[in-house]
Structures are given as C-alpha cells and as structure tokens.
Design a protein around this ligand. Structure first.
Ligand SMILES: NC(=O)C1=CN([C@@H]2O[C@H](COP(=O)(O)OP(=O)(O)OC[C@H]3O[C@@H](n4cnc5c(N)ncnc54)[C@H](O)[C@@H]3O)[C@@H](O)[C@H]2O)C=CC1
Ligand SMILES: O=C(O)[C@H]1O[C@H](OP(=O)(O)OP(=O)(O)OC[C@H]2O[C@@H](n3ccc(=O)[nH]c3=O)[C@H](O)[C@@H]2O)[C@H](O)[C@@H](O)[C@@H]1O
Length: 463
C-alpha cells in the first residue's frame, strides 16, 4: 500500500519503517529540514534499538523515503498518517494545532487534485475524544466529501520507546476507530501482517478508539503512582516494596507489569496524557479525581531523591558534587522529555550542588537542556571521580552489575541514592555503602574494612 507518514519523530519514524518492512511504500514527511537531511543521508536522528537494521534495509530497497514536501507525500499516498506532536497546552489539554493545521494543508492539496482518489486520513497522534470529527470538519471545509473522497480513522499507537520496533512489529493489539466499513477493511489489510500471533485488531468507533489510548496510558500511570505510594508507606512501616510487588504480581488479576516503584514516571506521554484526560473530564463537567492524585504523587516522587541528597548533607549541598547515572527517562532511549533525572538535577543545581551526569545515550539530548550548567562524563566510572554521592536515575543494564570496588574507591564517600532499586540493600551494606533506595529498608553499613574487602570480593569484583 502507498503510505504517507506526516511527522517523522519517535512514532512516525518507527511506524513508517515498520510499514515499509512489510512491503508497503512509505514516504515520511517532516518540516524539520535537518532531520530530513540526516535521514536522507542514512543517519537516524534518534536512538532506538533495532531501528537501524530495518531503516537501512528499507531505505536501500527504496520502500522508505523522506521529504519536507507535504505535497509529495499526499500525492503518493492512499493512507495518510498524522504522527504529529500533541503537547500540553497552557491548561493541560492537548494542543491540536499541529494536527489540525496539517489536516488543513492536506485537505487543500487533495481538493486541488485532478482525480477523485479515496484517501484515509489516520490519526496516529494521541488526541482527545472528538478529534476525528474535528479533522473530518477540516476536510469537509475544503469541499471534500466524507465517504467518497476520504474517511478519517483513529489509530492510536501503543509502542514504548526503547522497545518501539518490537512493540510495533508484534503489537498486543491494534485499535482502529472508524464507522466506515471501507476504511476498516483497508486498515485491517494494512495491519494483518503485524498480528499473525493471533493478537486482535479491535475495530471500534472513532471516539472509543481515542478514549482507549488515554485510558491505557492513564491506567498504567495509575499503577506506577499507586506502587510509589505503597513504597513510601513500606519505608515507614519497615516493609520492602520489591517483595510486596512479587507477592501481589502472582495474582493473575493483577499481573506483573508496571508495578515497579521508583522516582516516578517521565517521558513525553504519561505526564501529558494523564493531564489531558483529566482536562477532558473538566471540559465535560467531570472531576476525574484519581488522575489528579496520580499526577500529584508523581510530582512528589520525582523530587524525592533530590530531597534525600539535600537532607543527607543537612540541608547544605553547596560545593558538593553529585554524580548522576542515567539521564534518559527510561533505559534504551536518548529521550529526556519529562525525565525524572532532569527534575532531580534542576533541584540540586538550585540548591547549590555541582552535578556530573553520565548516560549511555542521552548525554547530547541532556546537553541541549542544561548546556554547561552541569558536567558530562565520558564513562560511568569517571563520573564518580571526586563526587560526594552517586544518584541512580535510570536502570540501564550497565548500571546493574558495576565494579562496586571501583565505585567505592572513586567516590569521596561511599554513598548511593538509588531511584531504581538496582542493588540489594543487604549486600550494599556489607560492602560498606550508605545505600538508600525506594520503598526498602536502609541498613547500617559495615565499617570493618576487612569485612568490606571480603564482601566486595564475594560480589565478583576485585576488592
Ligand atoms: N513517543 C512515543 O513513545 C509515543 C508517542 N505517541 C504520540 O504520537 C505523537 C507523536 O509523538 P512523537 O513521535 O514522540 O513526537 P516527536 O516530537 O518525536 O515527533 C513529531 C515530529 O513531527 C514533526 N512535525 C511537526 N509539525 C509538522 C508538520 N506540520 N509537518 C510535518 N512534520 C511536522 C516534528 O518536526 C517531529 O519530527 C504524539 O501525539 C504522542 O503523544 C503515541 C505513542 C507512543
Ligand atoms: O503513549 C506513549 O507515548 C507510550 O507511553 C508509554 O511508553 P513510554 O513512555 O515509552 O515508556 P514506559 O515503558 O511506559 O515508561 C514510562 C515511564 O514510567 C516509568 N515506569 C514504568 C514502569 C514501571 O513499573 N515503573 C515506572 O516507574 C518508566 O521509568 C518511565 O519513566 C506506554 O507504555 C506506551 O504504551 C505508550 O504508547
């Protein structure tokens, strides 16, 4: 099938590449000339595991191309996807200007064509309930006839950054929102190769499809905030949130996913989408109280480690050097949008601390935000040289089994604040660390040097 992907960001680029992988011809359109130049030169503007492999194959075989020219994309395609930003507006509701303006331009282009080809305009962006109707109005205002020349489809995307290609190629489900049988058939034909494992294509009306996306993100965010509150209470009553998680997750009604306590959820979507759904409630005279709490708990949780570091130094961190491991909002991405690490860094800088950050992929994206206000380390160990404490913000694999003897040697004091519970508190205490994690008891550190040496060597690392 011939596809245009309008917007070539995390969603547009991954979706476009994966559609091309199934044999479709995809033209990706973006207004960012640098991005399009990079893509035309075979370079990926984002880090996303496995993307390079599919990108190279499909560009070299000519099924995946890039342009800044919307007219080229529209002329090529029978399926026109909108994968555009929907950032929060001032009142928290989704800003639809990117989507509606692009729809307007597409409508004008189609209205000026000689032929009467039928097109699908497909919302892949996360958009509030009623947006498909608004896009349809925009098309009709240009003189186009719904059902004859076009239909609007809502096709929300559920991929996660860091595993986006795998999620797209093997989705748990595909949601198609349309009241047109013809549109539903075309969309089903497009997605059938992706659901061969028997996962369903769920065809619903446009409004339900739009609500499904917000409901999915909001219930996942609610689980995280809920577990963070359990973690906070565990600390007060001497329980261990990781053990609690194991205990509850064996109940198949609860399941094991999205129950990890930590320093709150970040990313470009959970904070924005929970806020937007809350706003939809308000606009419809409904106070969605749970969502308000989900956001408040998350804001509090993202401040937690900075407060703990400042408390550790009795309220005065001026001149103290804090090393941060993990800058991206989650592992396996360079995305720093709404990253808890950035909130922690800002709070530490405001309090007068010096910060040095390390991340396997997100140094450049972080540099664009903080510039010279913080230092950047070339590797995870050199970040620790002369640092007073280490703060772990993202659970990259490389941080899970580091050489803790080296970590201890390099830090001015053996102090670790772990926002992702990557180490065992008991073993950390045996190795002489002052170790604070989320929702688990902190144990007094061993202070006998010989015992510490033994524990470090038993940890599999040279003492
Ligand atoms: N990032 C994610 O993991 C997911 C995002 N979503 C949703 O998908 C949508 C897009 O998100 P991302 O891909 O993360 O955004 P992004 O910011 O990475 O990409 C958006 C792209 O659109 C381009 N753009 C802006 N205006 C344009 C125009 N008029 N014509 C052509 N291109 C234009 C920008 O230059 C940018 O490259 C949002 O609604 C988001 O909520 C949904 C599922 C997952
Ligand atoms: O709409 C979107 O953009 C996407 O948002 C999330 O995907 P993403 O933000 O890429 O990443 P997640 O894996 O969901 O993690 C989000 C945040 O929650 C945190 N998290 C996740 C899981 C958990 O148990 N605990 C926890 O704190 C992560 O550290 C991260 O900061 C959803 O999982 C996707 O289904 C959705 O398509």
């Amino acid at each position: 099938m011939n596809i245009a992907m309008i917007g070539t960001g995390y969603v547009g680029l991954v979706s476009g590449t994966c559609f091309a992988e199934m044999g479709n011809r995809v033209v990706c359109v973006d207004i960012d000339e640098n991005k399009v130049d990079q893509l035309k030169n075979g370079q990926l503007p984002i880090y996303e595991p496995d993307l390079e492999h599919y990108f190279s194959r499909n560009t070299s075989e000519g099924r995946l191309t890039f342009t800044t020219d919307l007219a080229e994309g529209v002329a090529h395609a029978e399926l026109i996807f909108l994968a555009l930003p929907t950032p929060p507006g001032e009142d928290g509701s989704a800003d639809l200007s990117y989507v509606l303006n692009a729809a307007g331009e597409i409508a004008d282009l189609i209205a000026n064509e000689d032929d009467d080809r039928y097109r699908l305009i497909i919302n892949k962006s996360t958009v509030p309930v009623g947006t498909a109707d608004r896009v349809q109005n925009v098309m009709e205002e240009a003189g186009l006839q719904a059902g004859e020349q076009f239909d609007v489809v809502s096709n929300p995307e559920f991929l996660r950054e860091g595993v986006a290609v795998d999620d797209f190629l093997k989705p748990d489900r595909v949601v198609i929102g349309t009241s047109s049988e013809k549109a539903a058939n075309m969309m089903t034909r497009l997605y059938e190769p992706f659901v061969r494992q028997g996962n369903p294509i769920v065809v619903v009306d446009e409004r339900s499809a739009e609500m499904i996306k917000y409901a999915a993100n909001s219930i996942l965010a609610t689980r995280i905030s809920f577990m963070n509150e359990i973690a906070n209470l565990c600390e007060k009553v001497g329980a261990n949130v990781d053990k609690v998680r194991l205990g509850i997750s064996k109940d198949h009604r609860i399941g094991r996913h999205f129950l990890y306590a930590g320093i709150g959820f970040g990313g470009s979507c959970f904070p924005k989408d929970v806020q937007a759904l809350h706003r939809t409630g308000r606009q419809n005279d409904y106070n969605f109280k749970i969502l308000d709490s989900v956001l408040k708990v998350n804001d509090q949780q993202r401040e937690l480690l900075a407060e703990r570091v400042i408390d550790y130094f009795d309220g005065d961190v001026s001149g103290k050097k804090v090393a941060i491991w993990g800058l991206s909002f989650k592992p396996n991405t360079d995305d720093i949008r709404e990253a808890p690490s950035h909130i922690i860094i800002r709070a530490l800088l405001d309090a007068g601390a010096e910060v040095v950050g390390y991340d396997p992929e997100a140094i450049e994206t972080t540099r664009r935000v903080f510039g010279d206000a913080i230092d950047y380390a070339d590797d995870m160990y050199s970040a620790l040289d002369g640092a007073d404490v280490l703060v772990i913000c993202t659970e990259w694999n490389a941080f899970r089994r580091p050489d803790l003897a080296d970590v201890r040697d390099r830090l001015a004091e053996p102090v670790i604040f772990d926002g992702r519970n990557v180490f065992d508190p008991k073993r950390m205490a045996e190795m002489g660390f002052i170790y604070s994690s989320i929702g688990r008891p902190s144990l007094p550190p061993e202070n006998d040097e010989a015992a510490i040496e033994t524990a470090l060597s038993e940890n599999g690392q040279p003492a």
